[in-house]
Ligand binder design. Structure first.
Ligand code: ZN
Ligand code: FE
Length: 256
């Protein structure tokens, strides 16, 4: 499993065995074609989480060049032909079975792909819904939808490898530190991620247990997080997770 860097901060996740590969959210075909050539692999499947250009831009070129099957959300405008997926569906590629989870919020039809067992560990491709230390912007969904989507992801096993579509970790963690300055797990994780980035390495995949401990958007029911959100916006209802999330998202949008 490897993250192919694309654009300034996207990752196109690639899984492969000795002969075949699958990719997730290929916004650009070039890095995928290069990796397939370098490793002598044939592309079997393309999984897409949502309709944004930095996730679908390479789909048609890859389909034409390789004949790979394309899967994507049933509820969004997608480069066709593709297999349209929604909650309850599953897709099999490389002998792995991925369950589809509806995660509206960033976009209205965003989906995630969850494999309960890849070499003994669960694996999640969550697109722009969950980032390490953060979450996607609410372009099409409501805070309540995003809260429910993040709840569904946070309920996955703690050892789930979380494959996010952007390297936003350091800026997310600096915001997270402003929300929870006393969170020791967060401060330790920030230091680890800073050394990874200094060494030119990805901070991803993360682990779900880590995200539950450090990601303020998965911690909207923690008293300290709710109080911090209320400090940003006095109208926040600290007992309503979606209200806390809405304030955190706005605060993050303005945070420098
Ligand atoms: Zn997006
Ligand atoms: Fe994106």
């Amino acid at each position: 499993m490897l993250p192919l860097p694309a654009f300034s901060d996207n990752y196109i996740w690639m899984l492969h065995d000795a002969r075949h590969a699958l990719v997730v959210d290929p916004g650009d075909a070039a890095p995928v074609l290069q990796a397939l050539r370098d490793m002598g692999l044939s592309l079997q499947a393309i999984l897409v989480t949502h309709h944004h250009g930095d996730h679908v831009g390479g789909v048609n070129a890859l389909r034409e060049a390789t004949g790979a099957a394309v899967c994507g959300p049933a509820g969004e405008t997608m480069p066709a032909p593709l297999k349209r997926l929604r909650q309850g569906d599953a897709v099999t590629a490389l002998g792995l079975r991925f369950a589809v989870i509806d995660v509206p919020g960033h976009t209205a039809g965003h989906i995630a792909y969850y494999c309960p067992d890849m070499d003994g560990t669960p694996l999640l491709f969550c697109g722009d819904t969950l980032f390490s230390g953060g979450c996607g912007r609410l372009f099409e969904g409501t805070p309540a939808q995003m809260q429910a989507s993040l709840d569904a992801l946070a309920a996955l096993p703690g050892d789930t490898r979380v494959c996010c579509a952007h390297e936003y970790t350091l800026s997310n963690l600096k915001f997270a530190r402003a929300v929870e300055p006393g969170n020791q797990d967060l401060l330790k994780y920030l230091a680890q991620c800073e050394s990874l980035r200094q060494a030119g390495r990805p901070t991803l995949p993360s682990r779900m247990a880590t995200e539950r401990a450090i990601n303020p958007f998965l911690r909207t029911r923690e008293t300290g997080v709710a109080q911090a959100a209320r400090g940003f916006d006095a109208h926040v209802n600290p007992r309503e997770a979606a209200s806390v999330l809405a304030a955190l998202r706005q605060w993050k949008n303005e945070f420098r």
